[in-house]
Structure formats: C-alpha cells, structure tokens
Design a protein around this ligand. Structure first.
Ligand SMILES: Nc1ncnc2c1ncn2[C@@H]1O[C@H](COP(=O)(O)OP(=O)(O)OP(=O)(O)O)[C@@H](O)[C@H]1O
Length: 327
C-alpha cells in the first residue's frame, strides 16, 4: 500500500489571547487540541462540525498559514510544519486552497487572465508566453467558463462563476491536495451542486485529494469518501461515508446527522436536540469535551478523556459508551 499523501499527527494549535488590559496571565484558545488523520491520493476527507470547533484552523495549519503549537503535518513523507522556506515553496504548490468567499480572495483589480497566470509564473510552470496562454485558456475550459471571460474582472461574475475562478486558480499550481474551506457554503442550492460536481470531476481527472471543510452534512453526504467529525478542537469520530451516515457511533455525530434533511419530500429524521451551548475553547470541559451536552453522560465521562478507538471496519469513535458492553 502506498503511503498517505497527507498525515496529520497530534496537531495542536493554541492561540494566545489577552484576557484583560493589565493582566499578565496569558490564556489560550484551544482551537485544535490533538487531531490526527490521513488523506490518501485522490481521496476526499470531509471535516465537519459546528462553527468554532476548529475545522478552518486545521485547514490553515496544513496550508502553513501560521506556526502550529505542536504535532506534525507530513506531505508525501516530508514534514511541512517545520520545513525550510526553500522546501516550503514546492510544498505550497502541491497544496492549494479554495476559500468560502472568492470575492475577498480574488484581487478585484486583476483580470481573470492575470489571476490564473500568477501561480503559473510564480511556480515556473510555463515554458514560454505561448505556453502560459495555452495553460490559462485550458483552465477556463476545465472549470467550464467561457474563454472570453479571461479579460473580465471578478466583480463581473456571479458567485458560482467566481468560485470556478477560485478553483481554476488553485488548479493552476497543479496541486495534489486542495483544501476547500466552506468552498460552496455561500452558494445557492443549485449552484452548490454544480460546483460540487465540478470538484468531483476534477478529482477524477487529476487524481486530486480534497480536504473538504464544511458544516453542511447534506452536501458532504453526496461527495465524500470519509468524514471526520470535530467537536471543540478534537475529532470525535472518523469513518467512511457509508458507515457515518448509516451507523454513526458517537452521540455528537448522531445529533449532527439527525438535523440533516432527508431527500424524500415530507420525510423526517427523529431530531436529537442537544441541551446547552458549546463550551468555550478557552476553558474546555475536563474528561470528555462533549459530556456537558451528552444525553448518555455517566461518571467516567466527566473525569476521563476518551480516545479514538476502532468501533468497526475503518470506523473510529472517541466515546466511553463504546467501551461499555451494550445490553
Ligand atoms: N487567530 C485567532 N486568534 C484567536 N482565536 C482564534 C483565532 N482563529 C480562530 N480562533 C478561535 O479558534 C476556534 C476555532 O476556530 P475555527 O475558525 O477553526 O473554527 P471553525 O470550525 O472553522 O468554525 P467556522 O466555520 O465558524 O470558521 C474558535 O473559537 C475561534 O474563535
């Protein structure tokens, strides 16, 4: 078996914050607090969970947009969390990103031609001016935008078209992995489906791996290979799509899934309403982080942190319930 394209080992990112004007005490936001997973070549792993659970921070750590607190991020066998700038240049080409809001991530003054040409030039991927023009034109075909649009600027496009430009820009670098951070969340339902279909086609065509960060499980259900569920800085369950959707094991996964609408008109799941709010990541609960909201909480959950354990073929959950013999 070939090694995974991406390995994330015990990743932690704690953001220091100031608590008071005169306070010397430093506090931390435990945004990501010991997260491990792998992504194979050509695979889609979706990272899901409520707002603030740390999904984007994981994505940004992989893109090395900041230094991590501890752990390892390994691309194709090479560590990128502490890579030298010269190594990092190549690594940056291999891992690209598509953000939620292409409008703020695309320079409004640049024409699409220049937006797409920039990464090609930066990474020295074109042999000549003619080659550059061919590549830029091909990218438009690939993301199904008209070639005439190369001379237009981002504001002249719809949201869905702008996201296609964002995808084309990511592809321009010829990456192996694309981090899609809520990449379709802001789009209308029909446009969302088109962009997801495009991403799936591109994955097939180029053998791309995707880290698909999303709070929208209804979208994830139709396009992912595996799902990792995050809660308050930790992964609580990770499994192939079929297992997660058909037989979720962690109480938090069950609650999240119970809110996903069913495709048949009028059909409904039994919603599981969780009590209370998500605790602060500045002072996360002891024991299991989910225990303050878990409908099945028992003593051990309040004191002992559960670790991810195999609960099925390729399915892992971090819950003490799974260690208790079921009646
Ligand atoms: N630069 C920062 N400084 C301090 N705290 C931060 C910083 N970036 C993120 N956080 C905090 O870290 C936690 C995780 O944030 P993150 O954006 O990763 O969550 P998320 O799951 O992606 O949610 P969302 O979808 O709302 O962005 C949040 O409590 C957030 O407020």
């Amino acid at each position: 078996m070939s090694p995974p394209l991406l390995q994330v080992n015990d990743l932690k990112k704690h953001f220091p914050i100031k608590t008071g004007l005169f306070s010397r005490k430093s506090e931390f936001v435990y945004a990501v607090d010991g997260v491990s997973f792998e992504i194979a070549r050509g695979e889609t792993l979706s990272l899901v969970g409520e707002s603030g659970c740390g999904k984007s921070t994981v994505g940004r750590a992989i893109l090395r947009l900041f230094d991590i607190t501890s752990g390892q991020v390994i691309l194709d066998g090479q560590r990128i969390d502490d890579a030298h700038p010269s190594t990092m240049r190549q690594m940056r080409r291999r891992v690209q990103v598509v953000f939620q809001d292409p409008f703020s991530s695309l320079n409004p003054r640049m024409r699409v031609r220049d937006i797409l040409a920039e990464p090609i030039r930066n990474f020295g991927l074109a042999k000549s001016k003619e080659d550059l023009e061919v590549r830029v034109t091909e990218l438009m075909d690939t993301v199904r935008l008209p070639r005439e649009a190369l001379n237009r600027r981002p504001h002249e496009f719809s949201g869905g078209q702008r996201q296609r430009i964002g995808i084309a820009r990511a592809l321009a670098a010829e990456p192996e992995l694309i981090v899609c951070d809520e990449a379709v969340s802001a789009l209308d339902v029909s446009v969302k489906a088109q962009v997801v279909n495009l991403l799936q086609d591109l994955q097939q065509k180029f053998g791309l791996a995707l880290l698909f960060i999303s709070h929208d499980l209804a979208i994830v259900e139709h396009m992912t290979h595996r799902v990792a569920v995050m809660y308050l800085g930790k992964i609580v369950e990770i499994a192939p799509r079929r297992e997660i959707f058909a037989a979720p094991r962690h109480p938090y996964t069950k609650a999240l899934l119970s809110a996903v609408p069913l495709p048949e008109p009028g059909a409904q799941r039994n919603p599981i309403i969780l009590g209370g709010d998500v605790p602060s990541p500045i002072n996360p609960p002891k024991g299991c982080r989910f225990h303050t909201r878990c409908p099945f909480v028992f003593d051990r959950c309040r004191t002992e942190e559960p670790t991810l354990r195999a609960v099925g073929a390729e399915q892992w959950a971090a819950c003490h319930l799974d260690e208790v013999p079921q009646a």
